[in-house]
Design a protein around this ligand. Structure first.
Ligand code: ATR
Length: 273
């Protein structure tokens, strides 16, 4: 029987994961199917259990379920333990479900390999303090960066996240209203959902200069609102999260199938939304 995989989220209709994993399957000659599962938070656990009981082999987990998946897994990989969030479930049996988090590896590979950016000693500012920010803080902090800061509309959420993740490298925290007071950062990562939902996207441009690398965790077939803001303010190096999506998927595929697909063909494509 063909091994079955899927991505679970809400909303999920526009997910590019089926296209990406089917391409990986073709490239590697692996025989598998990959579908979409739409599950509201109230039906998330039931959907996972049903998929596992019917013989499904693995799931990608996307918004808003990454923390619920962390709680549901019986065993956790080190990255998932650090982030307290899971984007990849591997099902050995309905009673044995392992959780991993490949978002960090996806981001680091995209930044350092695909975009050739060295993170060493760099100052990194993350805009946003939700689930997306949570997943990328631990891998960034382990990348020999110089300093790291979090800015969020709701300062309390940024403070809580900084407290949870501060180790030897302390995380500074700013409210968005105070961004005009800070100096430009080398790397600014947008982990907010601002703009995607159609709200106005406007931050103080004091946190960037023309040599800042601006990276949006979201992606689009056209310029994202964050990329447009960076461009408008003279930033030359701007990228969106399409590469991260492909690289995190390749890492999930490796965990499931034991083979890492080549990502170059997909990286050259543009997303269909
Ligand atoms: P995700 O899992 O994508 O991070 P989330 O946990 O809902 O989703 O977090 C969304 C992030 O985008 C939060 O940092 C949120 O700010 P608040 O913590 O203040 O809610 C941020 N965000 C969403 N809409 C925003 C807007 N219009 N302006 C600024 N920040 C916004």
């Amino acid at each position: 029987m063909t091994d079955r995989y899927a991505v679970v989220g809400y909303p999920i209709e526009h997910s590019q994961s089926p296209m990406i994993h089917r391409s990986f399957a073709c490239l590697t000659g692996e025989e598998l199917s990959y579908d979409l599962i739409s599950a509201k938070p109230s039906s998330f656990e039931g959907a996972i259990k049903e998929f596992a009981a019917s013989g499904g082999k693995g799931l990608n987990i996307t918004l808003p379920h990454k923390e619920a998946a962390f709680k549901l897994a019986n065993e956790l990989g080190p990255e998932a333990q650090k982030a307290k969030a899971v984007n990849t479930l591997t099902i050995s049996s309905p009673m044995n479900i392992r959780g991993d988090n490949t978002d960090g590896i996806g981001l680091l590979r995209d930044l350092t390999i695909n975009h050739g950016l060295s993170l060493e000693e760099k100052s990194v500012l993350i805009l946003g303090a939700g689930g997306a920010a949570r997943g990328i803080i631990p891998p960034l902090m382990e990348s020999n960066i110089g300093k790291i800061a979090l800015a969020n509309r709701t300062i309390e959420k940024a403070r809580n996240l900084a407290e949870a993740f501060s180790t030897t490298n302390k995380i500074s925290v700013y409210a968005f209203e105070k961004l005009h007071k800070i100096e430009p950062y080398d790397v600014v990562i947008n982990a907010t959902s601002a703009g995607i939902k159609g709200e106005k996207f406007e931050f103080s441009s004091n946190c960037i200069n023309t040599s800042t690398f601006c990276y949006d965790l979201s992606y689009s077939s056209t310029q994202t609102p964050f990329s447009a803001w960076a461009y408008k303010n003279g930033v030359k190096n701007i990228a969106d999260g399409w590469g991260m999506l492909i690289e995190q998927a390749a890492e999930s595929f490796r965990i499931w199938r034991g083979i890492r697909p080549d990502t170059n063909t997909l990286l050259k494509q543009t997303p269909t939304r």
